[in-house]
Design a protein around this ligand. Structure first.
Ligand code: ADP
Ligand code: MG
Length: 445
């Protein structure tokens, strides 16, 4: 942790079109929502219920080909919306078919993924009669046995548990017409390739549509895809939502009141060079700015209460190195070229995981390196867990040696009561909304 970093020169010509690039909502200007694919109204309703308005880039490209019945080779990173990209075409086709035979098999590397895909299947099929189940290890066999006996339409499975079932007579998948390999490269990493081949031997030889997804294409995966796919349509989507690989992410657990001191200490020790610091509110950005000034660290701030002229000056000064720190609120930061930065501090934990992923993902572009540090007070731990679930792995936790985490602040880092209450209310509303949506989704089968 000794790298000193600098802001690179501005490219204002490119700043504006990035400001609202929120990938999961689709690209502005790419127009028509899901209606354009000719999906059945039952599916469109479910898509709307889930709050999807615009297809993501991979959905945009994969849906027409898959609906045409073509095999698909999809190269796309986590978070790009692959699940709906393969589930919607399958659901569209299974809708009109008689029940009682399992016709679609989705293979995923882990239980968590199998459960997630099954949950999305449930949500997307809720206005249809299409059925499904997940099959993975670590839970009882019995409900899964029932799913086989019933012949649910869509089975989402991890290879290991599926093979366990295949040892019994009830487990027949002779009616499979759709096969999905999700995260094939991860299955390879986990040593599942032989298992996958074994699973394939249990599937019928007849015509089948195969949808194959992998974030990377190492040789064994290319070979497997060649074996499995017939004249596939290849769909490549660059990573957009998940943080680029070159970014080091770290969490700094710290009492709320010690956050300013921790930042100042990191700057003084040169653990951080030039940095943009995201704060939850304008007021916090202001207070942080004052503390930095007091500590003799050249800083500037940008947020909604600053005039355009003030913001431009702050940015210019930051970019040419006169200011070491730019204290910002997220709203304003969306309009600036933070992709050119390689150091970001989340002074407060974003309370929606997507915001975290989005913000960190803009720190460095593919191939570049960067560091994204997040200060976490004990009250913010639950938000961090949600973020780690979304990122798909734990984020490294760091402690700054020699820093006095227990010191009493002589002055409170005060937030006006009104602002605090408003933030709390907004957050509660958010949580209720999400809990409700989740409950609704898991309440159906
Ligand atoms: P992947 O399988 O590529 O990692 P997912 O299919 O799990 O990605 O999707 C990532 C997240 O984006 C999920 O929470 C999903 O519900 C959401 N999502 C998918 N498609 C859309 C869409 N068109 N609009 C908004 N959110 C979407
Ligand atoms: Mg996925």
């Amino acid at each position: 942790m000794t790298t000193r970093t600098n802001a690179r020169p501005a490219r204002p010509d490119q700043a504006s079109d990035r400001s609202n690039a929120r990938p999961a909502k689709g690209l502005p200007g790419e127009g028509a929502g899901f209606e354009a694919f000719g999906l059945h109204p039952e599916l469109l309703r479910a898509v709307a219920d889930m709050g999807f308005t615009e297809p993501t880039p991979i959905q945009q490209k994969a849906l027409p080909a898959a609906l045409e019945g073509r095999d698909l080779l999809g190269c796309a990173m986590t978070g790009s919306g692959k699940t709906a990209a393969f589930l919607l075409p399958i659901l569209e086709k299974l809708r009109g078919m008689p029940r009682g035979t399992t016709r679609a098999l989705v293979l995923t590397p882990t239980r968590e993924l199998a459960a997630q895909v099954d949950e999305e299947r449930r949500a997307l099929s809720k206005h249809t009669a299409v059925t499904g189940a997940a099959v993975f290890g670590g839970v009882g066999m019995e409900p899964q046995v029932k799913a086989f006996r019933k012949g649910v339409d869509i089975l989402v499975a991890t290879p290991g548990r599926l093979l366990d079932h295949f040892q019994h007579d009830y487990a027949k998948l002779e009616g499979i017409e759709f096969l999905v390999l999700d995260e094939a490269d991860r299955m390879l990493d986990m040593g599942f390739l032989p298992d996958i081949r074994r699973v394939l031997r249990h599937l019928p030889r007849g015509p089948r549509q195969t949808l194959f997804f992998s974030a990377t294409m190492p040789k064994p995966i290319v070979e497997l895809s060649r074996e499995l796919l017939t004249d596939p349509v290849r769909v490549d989507v660059e990573r957009r939502q998940a943080p680029a690989t070159g970014i080091t992410q770290a969490l700094f657990p710290v009492p709320a009141l010690r956050k300013p001191a921790l930042l100042i200490e990191l700057l003084k020790r040169d653990e951080i060079g030039n940095v943009i610091v995201f704060c939850r509110t304008k007021h916090r950005a202001n207070r942080l700015f004052q503390k930095l000034e007091k500590a003799g660290i050249p800083a500037a701030r940008i947020h909604g209460n600053r005039s355009q002229n003030q913001r431009t000056k702050a940015l210019e000064g930051f970019r040419d190195g006169r200011f070491r720190v730019l204290a910002a609120t997220d709203i304003v930061a969306r309009g600036i070229d933070v992709e050119e930065l390689d150091h970001v501090v989340n002074f407060d934990v974003p309370n929606v995981p997507e915001d975290y992923i989005h913000r960190v993902g803009r720190t460095a572009r593919a191939g570049a390196t960067g560091e994204a540090y997040t200060f976490v007070s004990p009250e913010e731990e639950s938000d961090v867990r949600a973020i780690e679930r979304a990122v798909g792995r734990p984020i490294e936790r760091r402690t700054l040696e020699g820093f006095d985490y227990g010191a009493k602040e002589e002055e409170r880092f005060e937030v006006p009561v009104g602002e605090r209450v408003a933030a709390l209310k907004a957050r509660r509303r958010d949580e209720r909304e999400r809990a409700r949506a989740k409950k609704e989704r898991s309440g159906r089968s």
